[in-house]
Design a protein around this ligand. Structure first.
Ligand code: NAP
Length: 312
C-alpha cells in the first residue's frame, strides 16, 4: 500500500527498529494486519550495528542486519506489511488517525510510535563540512575505509567503547577522547577497551574543531581542566555521544519530557487513547535491543486490548 487509501487500518506502526518489528509480529499474530512504515533505515540503529552479543538466543552473537532480517521475516510470516516509506506528518486530532508519508496517506484506528532516536552531533566547526569525508557516526558503515589509519573516537559511553573496539579491526590506532576522567560505559567494555593495545584514551577533553582540506586531517582538542589546546593529527573522527529521540512530529499532541522523549505509562499508552509508543523514542534509560523488542510486543498487546474494549 503506497498510495492514498480510504481503508482504515487497525494498527499502523511508525518505525521499524526492534520495537516496531516486534510490535508488528505481535499485532500480526493477533490478526490486526498491521502496516509498518520502515522510515529511512529498515531496522533502525540495529541495521548499523555490527555484532550484537547480548540478544538472548544467539549464543555467538548476531550481526545487526541479520537480526533485522529475522525480525522482518517473522513479522511478515504472520501477515505484517512493511512499507519502505517514512511518515512526514501526523494528524492526531481525531480517529481514525491520519499519517501522511512521502508516498501517500494512511488512516489507522491505533498507532504504535517506534521512531527511535537519532545520533547526537557534537556541534563543532568542521563537523557538518566533513561528514562523510572523515567524520562518521557509524563504525559498521565506514570503518573499512580507515584501514591502517589513525582514528579519534569521541564519547565515554558503551557505544564509544564498543564501536572503538570494532574500529581496531581496521585502524592502526584508535584514540578515545572523553570529556571526563571516568567512563560512563560498563566495566565489561571498559576493560576490553583498556586492554586493547590499539586503543589510547585522552581524558577531560573536548573536541572543539574538526580540521582538514577535502578530508579530515586533524582535530583541535581542549583540556577542560587546564584549558590547554592542541591540534591532534588524525585521519578520521567517529562520534558516539548519545542519541536524541525522534519526536518532533508528535510534540504538539503528545506529552514529551524535557529531553524530548515520549512519555508513556507502563502499558505503553501515551496521553492520547489509541496512540501507543515503544522503544528508544520513549526510553532514555535502557536503550537495549531486547528492551525495545519487549516494549514493542507490549504495545501491540495493549493495542489488541484497546480495540477489544471498544468492541465490547
Ligand atoms: P550514553 O550512555 O548517553 O553516553 C554518551 C557519552 O557521550 C557519555 O560518555 C557522555 O559524556 C558523552 N557525551 C555526551 N554529549 C557529549 C558532548 N556534547 N561532547 C562530548 N561528549 C559527550 O550513550 P551511548 O554510549 O550511545 O549508549 C546509549 C545506551 O545504549 C546506554 O544505555 C548504553 O548502555 C547502551 N549501549 C549498550 C551497549 C552494549 O553493548 N551493552 C552498546 C552500546 C550502547 P558523560 O559521560 O560525561 O555524560
Amino acid at each position: 500500500m503506497t498510495e492514498t487509501s480510504e481503508k482504515v487500518l487497525q494498527c499502523l506502526i511508525i518505525g521499524s527498529g526492534p520495537a516496531g518489528l516486534s510490535a508488528a509480529l505481535y499485532a500480526a499474530r493477533a490478526d490486526l494486519a498491521p502496516v509498518v512504515l520502515s522510515g529511512m533505515d529498515l531496522g533502525g540503529q540495529v541495521s548499523k550495528t555490527d555484532t550484537i552479543e547480548n540478544y538472548p538466543g544467539f549464543v555467538d552473537g548476531i550481526e545487526g542486519p541479520d537480526l533485522v532480517e529475522i525480525f522482518q521475516k517473522q513479522a511478515e510470516r504472520f501477515g505484517a506489511e512493511i512499507v519502505f516509506d517514512s511518515a512526514t506528518e501526523v494528524d492526531l486530532s481525531q480517529r481514525p488517525f491520519k499519517v501522511t508519508t512521502y508516498g501517500g496517506e494512511y488512516l489507522a484506528e491505533t498507532l504504535i510510535i517506534s521512531t527511535g532516536a537519532l545520533v547526537r552531533e557534537l556541534g563543532v566547526p568542521g563537523e557538518t563540512e566533513f561528514t562523510g569525508r572523515g567524520v562518521s557516526y557509524c563504525a559498521t558503515c565506514d570503518g573499512h575505509f580507515f584501514k591502517e589509519k589513525d582514528l579519534i573516537v569521541v564519547g565515554g559511553g558503551d557505544s564509544a567503547l564498543k564501536e572503538g573496539i570494532f574500529l581496531t579491526r581496521f585502524a592502526k590506532s584508535v584514540t578515545i577522547v572523553h570529556r571526563r576522567d571516568e567512563l560512563r560505559a560498563g566495566s565489561y567494555l571498559a576493560n576490553k577497551a583498556k586492554n586493547n593495545p590499539k586503543i589510547d584514551f585522552i581524558w577531560d577533553t573536548n573536541v572543539t574543531e574538526i580540521i582538514g582540506e577535502g578530508t579530515v586531517n586533524a582535530v583541535r582538542l581542549k583540556n577542560k581542566k587546564t584549558g590547554e589546546e592542541v591540534v591532534h593529527d588524525t585521519d578520521g573522527i567517529f562520534i558516539f555521544i548519545g542519541h536524541d529521540p525522534n519526536t518532533e512530529m508528535f510534540k504538539d499532541r503528545l506529552d514529551i519530557d524535557e529531553n524530548g522523549y515520549l512519555i508513556m505509562d507502563k502499558q505503553m499508552h501515551t496521553n492520547l487513547p489509541g496512540v501507543f509508543a515503544a522503544g528508544e523514542v520513549g526510553d532514555p534509560h535502557f536503550q537495549q535491543v531486547i528492551i525495545s523488542a519487549g516494549m514493542g510486543a507490549a504495545a501491540a498487546m495493549e493495542v489488541v486490548e484497546f480495540l477489544e474494549s471498544e468492541d465490547a
